[in-house]
Design a protein around this ligand. Structure first.
Ligand SMILES: [Zn+2]
Ligand SMILES: [Zn+2]
Length: 229
């Protein structure tokens, strides 16, 4: 078994009982060295609004700014910190299109999503048609494993706009909202509690656009879960 990231052999010391029934799920997808590069966020010391890792449970300065302009409830929960290791992982997974890399988190991330109870619908953020053509997969769905996704949102981004990752923060905040709710779902989402899923929370703009679109269409509550923040 090779590490999905560095391709070195993974050595696992099996308890004797495992030798009888070896299962794919019990072999870690990456080696200990690669795993140690990712930093898990403890929710006990994270911003309660965006999931940012910090020293306290205080609302962070970014979220204080958001709260000045928004009147609706919204909170994000993140599993990992967006550090250098995560940045490198995302680059290879999304931009070099190594679809195998979804397996690094596709067991752990669904478990994290399922730990948030009381939501009617789990909705992966959609990608725009141009990204579909170039990447060939929705990276968020890949990370969700076999978790059920309700495809109620659509995204139609104007083709001439630059990619999110190539824009400066100020430019990103000004970007228009390109989300819409698929017509056939409009009746079904009224007063429903929706948990949005995305890979990275950067400025929060994209997720908030999706949340605003859902509230406009009558959703009762919108929160989100991201792999990293
Ligand atoms: Zn490795
Ligand atoms: Zn925050």
């Amino acid at each position: 078994m090779q590490c999905l990231i560095c391709h070195k052999a993974i050595r696992v010391t099996w308890p004797l009982s495992y030798l009888m029934l070896p299962s794919r799920k019990e072999i870690p997808p990456i080696c200990e060295d690669c795993q140690s590069g990712f930093y898990k966020i403890t929710t006990a010391v994270a911003c309660p609004k965006c999931g940012r890792r910090q020293a306290s449970l205080k609302v962070c300065s970014d979220c204080e700014k958001w709260q000045l302009h928004s009147t609706y409830h919204y909170a994000n929960h993140a599993l990992y910190q967006y550090n250098e290791a995560m940045k490198a992982y995302m680059h290879t997974y999304k931009f070099q299109g190594d679809y195998q890399l979804r397996h690094v988190f596709d067991t752990e991330f669904p478990h994290f999503i399922e730990s948030f109870q009381g939501f009617d619908l789990v909705v992966a953020l959609p990608i725009d048609p141009t990204t579909w053509t170039t990447r060939g997969f929705n990276q968020v769905l890949g990370l969700m494993g076999s978790l059920k996704n309700s495809a109620i949102l659509q995204m139609n981004r104007a083709q001439e706009e630059k990619r999110q990752s190539q824009k400066k923060r100020q430019e990103r905040l000004k970007t228009g909202n390109h989300f819409q709710v698929d017509v056939e779902y409009r009746q079904q989402i009224e007063n429903k509690r929706v948990l949005l899923i995305d890979d990275v929370y950067t400025t929060g703009r994209t997720l908030r656009h999706a949340a605003e679109t859902l509230y406009d269409q009558g959703c009762g509550c919108v929160e989100s879960v991201t792999l990293c923040r």
